[in-house]
Ligand binder design. Sequence first.
Ligand code: SF4
Length: 371
Amino acid sequence: MRVLLRDEATTISDGVRVASFDLEGRWMTYFDGRALYKRALAGEVHFRGRAGGRRLRRRLRRREAIAVHEAVLAFAAEAQKGAAAEVRSRLARILSWSPESLDAERDRFLRIYAPISILPPDRYLSVVLQATLGCTWNRCTFCSFYSGRPFQAKDAEDFRAHALAVRGFLGRALALRKGVFLADGNALALSLSRLTGLFDVVEEVFPGQPVYSFIDLYTGERHEEAFWRELRERGLAAVYVGMETGHDPLLAWLNKPGSASELVDFVSMLKGVGLGVGLIVMVGVGGRAFQSAHRKDTLSALSRMPLTRDDIIFLSPFVEDPASVYARRRAEDEIEPIEGEALEAELAWFAKAVRAMGLRAARYDIREFLY
Ligand code: SF4
């Protein structure tokens, strides 16, 4: 049995099983030799495995999650036998948790946060602060991230109380977190005067941390260059934009405002003030009917942006929500979807094409999201 004491986490392994823990002692990942389990900060447990060459993933029911908590704690108890004093004190913190207290973290989380719908995959380890709730538009046909959650913004006082509660919830686990992500969907839609108040709170509660956020084109382009420059100076490091596609008729069919040329101008402005950019492209969206135009116009739009190796093109295999307006419209228009292996092949095509342009490409699978 090996216990690795890192500055930001603890890992236990026995050659088959591996578990990792944050510095508060809460387990984060557990591999039992067959399947991988991930415990979200939100308290849920996600299962990842394979069967017959297929990837399996699902969120465990509460009873199943408690059984995994028990297995992880039993594993940590085994590691305690014969361990050195320094190791024992870390393990004692881990073993101060019970399956029940780990389960109760879910309720504690929900007293601080509204459920967090999505983050970019390279920001899963950020500190998420909900400056706003919902999305200002909320009408893209494919998107159900914020349905039933009208857009609201916290004032500086509420936001400060939220940030302090988040810091208390993370405790020593803050050591593992990198940067602050301002959620939900469009926090940077707020005015500069409101945002500067919120950025002051971020600096007070999480000093020196770079800030990240989503922004959509239709709200982002309304802000002047001076707005972005000011936020850059106050710690904004990069923004993530749901590009979806560079093909304007497809964007319109998705009921998302904007156009490829507006996006090129917007990204040029962001790059001009020194911000990093993450662009999210939905691979397979619009099905076979839009496939070739989506490929061509998306690459064309990307080629016109002053992107560098600091920026990332996130390729998101499109997941259709059967209850969405998108699904209804696709059926009405008799569009054949791109699914399964064909979707993976389409993703590989995009990744190769984006990398051939000298840009960084990364997979963004919303089914893998966890916070
Ligand atoms: S703008 Fe973004 S968050 Fe809002 S509805 Fe569209 S995809 Fe969803």
